[in-house]
Design a protein around this ligand. Structure first.
Ligand code: RB5
Length: 149
C-alpha cells in the first residue's frame, strides 16, 4: 500500500498528524506538500496528488484543506480520480466499498485529529465491492469521457 498525501496551509497541521500516523504504522507514503504554514493554493497540491494516483504511482491519496471541499473539487477534475470528502467513518468505508474512491479528502477546520485518524484507517482498510457498483462507476467514467476534449 503506497499513499500520496498533500494539503494546503489550511490542512497543514492535520496532514502532519496523518503523516506521523502513517510512519508509526509503517505505511509507505510520499508527502507532496505543502511543507510550511505559508498561505498557498489548494489546487496545486490537489493536482500533484491526483496525478500520482491517476497514473497508478500510488494506490490511494489523502488530501487535506480547511474543509476538504476545495481540494476534493480540484482533485476530481483529474480523469480517473474519485475524491471523497469524509467527516465520519461510515462515509470512509462506504466511499471505498461503493464508489471505489481513490482519494480521501479531510477538513482540518472541520474534523478533529482523533476522528480524522480513524477515518484514514477506515478508508485504507476498506475495499471496493464491485458488482453493481462497478456499473455505476462505469457510468461516471462515461460522463468524464463525454466532456473530455
Ligand atoms: C484556505 O483558507 C481554505 O479556503 C482552504 O483550505 C479550503 O478550505 C478550501 O476549500
Amino acid at each position: 500500500m503506497k499513499i500520496a498525501i498533500g494539503s494546503d496551509h489550511g490542512g497543514f497541521k492535520l496532514k502532519n498528524e496523518i503523516v506521523k500516523h502513517l510512519q508509526a504504522k509503517g505505511i509507505e507514503y510520499n508527502d507532496f506538500g505543502t511543507l510550511t504554514e505559508q498561505s498557498c493554493d489548494y489546487p496545486e497540491f490537489a493536482l500533484k496528488v491526483a496525478e500520482e494516483v491517476s497514473n497508478k504511482n500510488y494506490d490511494l491519496g489523502i488530501l487535506v484543506c480547511g474543509t476538504g471541499i476545495g481540494i476534493s473539487i480540484a482533485a476530481n477534475k483529474v480523469p480517473g480520480i474519485r475524491a471523497a470528502v469524509c467527516g465520519d467513518t461510515f462515509s470512509a468505508h462506504a466511499c471505498r466499498e461503493h464508489n471505489n474512491a481513490n482519494i480521501l479528502a479531510l477538513g482540518e477546520r472541520v474534523t478533529g485529529v482523533g476522528l480524522a485518524i480513524d477515518i484514514v484507517d477506515t478508508f485504507i482498510n476498506s475495499n471496493f465491492e464491485g458488482d453493481r457498483h462497478q456499473r455505476r462507476i462505469d457510468k461516471i467514467s462515461e460522463i468524464e469521457k463525454k466532456y473530455s476534449k
